[in-house]
Design a protein around this ligand. Structure first.
Ligand code: FE2
Ligand code: FE2
Length: 310
């Protein structure tokens, strides 16, 4: 038997994930046309004049953001904001509709975790910081100077913590943050993923886009954490068919995902509708959303929907 030490991150009694906005944007063709016009997938995203830097297709810009409410075994509640969306106007609206503005003002959210630097997860940071400029922010190693500039320009007065690759950081008992080194579209490097250990249930994994590959991220939990041998739930973007194309390799991913025996799979929009339909076909327990507040299909756990675990 292997004696490699697994990491004990502690446990949570419950975890509630509120989807503030899963709609990174409303129309995929428009976003990818904008990228093409600006020079293609390998350009620096900061050269594209989207909000908040420019006025290219503002009505198509939305964002990704979720609130994690973690309940400790003694009943203590701790809150972390996971990503801060894209279009400040859209994020202001969603934060007001979900009461995130009040929670930030009251100091009831202790940190903002940025999954990765992509525009739809990060560029709306002004909407968070205007309610709580001193908030601690976690960014993955690989963040660009332009990203740090944006944080400063939005009036941040708190701490910015850069998470190094492959070194789990326990934010508080039961919740760990891991940066997966990766390089993806629009010169973005590194992605922070959250892992929660739920008492008597197993682990929950929360991703922004899952650019590192969902199977790699799940395997990491198995190899790293006590409790990681059973994944109870996943929430977030999985980037399996964001452009709705399909091939055999993707079938293999979905089949492997089924074999994990995860009890609750809650996907956001960049997972791709095609991928979620395939998951349903092979019998993966996909949580359905209510398709409200700008969310376009019940295939995704949508804007204003809550995934309650534990
Ligand atoms: Fe994504
Ligand atoms: Fe992304």
């Amino acid at each position: 038997m292997s004696t490699s030490p697994l990491l004990d991150i502690g446990v949570l009694q419950r975890l509630k994930i509120r989807c503030i906005s899963e709609t990174g944007w409303f129309d995929t063709a428009t976003v990818f046309d904008d990228i093409k016009m600006a020079g293609g997938a390998e350009i620096d995203q900061y050269t594209i004049p989207w909000p908040p830097f420019g006025a290219l297709h503002p009505d198509n810009a939305a964002g990704f953001s979720a609130l994690l409410e973690a309940e400790a075994t003694d009943g203590t509640m701790r809150r972390v904001l996971f990503d801060t969306g894209w279009n400040p106007a859209w994020m202001d609206r969603r934060f007001a509709e979900e009461g995130i503005d009040q929670l930030l003002q009251q100091g009831q959210i202790e940190a903002l975790v940025i999954s990765h630097e992509h525009f739809d997860h990060f560029w709306g940071i002004g909407s968070t910081l205007k309610h709580c400029p001193g908030l601690t922010i976690y960014v993955p190693e690989g963040f660009h100077p332009a990203g740090f500039d944006l944080i400063r320009q939005q009036g941040h007065t708190g701490k910015v913590v850069t998470t190094p690759g492959d070194q789990p950081l326990v934010l508080f008992p039961g919740l760990a943050l891991v940066n997966f080194p990766m390089h993806t579209l629009l010169k973005v490097d590194g992605e922070n993923v959250l892992y929660a250990h739920l008492k008597d249930r197993g682990m929950a994994m929360v991703t922004g886009c899952g650019h590192g590959g969902v199977l790699n991220l799940l395997n990491y939990a198995r190899q790293t954490f006590i409790g990681g041998e059973h994944i109870h739930a996943i929430y977030g973007g999985l980037h399996i068919s964001p452009l709705e194309d399909w091939d055999e390799a993707r079938d293999l991913v979905v089949n492997a995902l089924r074999d994990y025996g995860i009890e609750k799979v809650a996907c956001n929009h960049c997972t791709g509708r095609t991928a979620v339909e395939k998951m349903l076909e092979v019998g993966i327990p996909v949580m359905r959303g209510t398709a409200r507040n700008g969310s376009q299909t019940p295939l995704f756990v949508g804007n204003g929907d809550v995934l309650a675990l534990g």
